[in-house]
Ligand binder design. Structure first.
Ligand SMILES: [Cu+2]
Length: 128
């Protein structure tokens, strides 16, 4: 009983050490978004974005193909969500409410910005 517990523990320790050595599953910065280092506003596996006054939070989302992404206005100024690719629907300029759009099924990084505030208020939805 006790022996097999110890053996299992040792097994998992080996797996852990292998992972640590090879950085398996870690975000080692090779996925191209630039949001490396795991801060508060990196690439997030969520389909929700809040639209603040002059920022999108998170500014990087990772979603699956065909996912519906929803932006919720939380600030008080007027903003919009305008994709660089015209094949993705963009929002109206609004100061409250929500906007949802369906992402393409093709993998890629789709950038968008608020055209009122320009590149300083921008984000990327990455379809995996
Ligand atoms: Cu804006």
């Amino acid at each position: 009983m006790r022996n097999s517990f110890v053996r299992h523990s040792a097994h998992w320790m080996v797996v852990f050490l292998l992972c640590a050595a090879t950085a398996c599953g870690g975000d080692s910065g090779t996925n191209g978004g630039g949001d490396n280092g795991g801060g508060g506003d990196g690439d997030n596996a969520t389909t929700s974005v809040s639209v603040g006054d002059n920022f999108f939070n998170p500014s990087g989302n990772i979603v699956s193909g065909g996912a519906t992404v929803t932006w919720t206005w939380t600030g008080s100024d007027s903003h919009n969500v305008t994709f660089a690719s015209s094949t993705i629907a963009s929002s109206n300029t609004q100061s409250s409410g929500t906007f949802s759009t369906t992402m393409p099924t093709t993998a890629g990084a789709y950038s968008y910005m608020c055209t009122i505030h320009g590149s300083g208020m921008s984000g990327t939805v990455t379809v995996q």
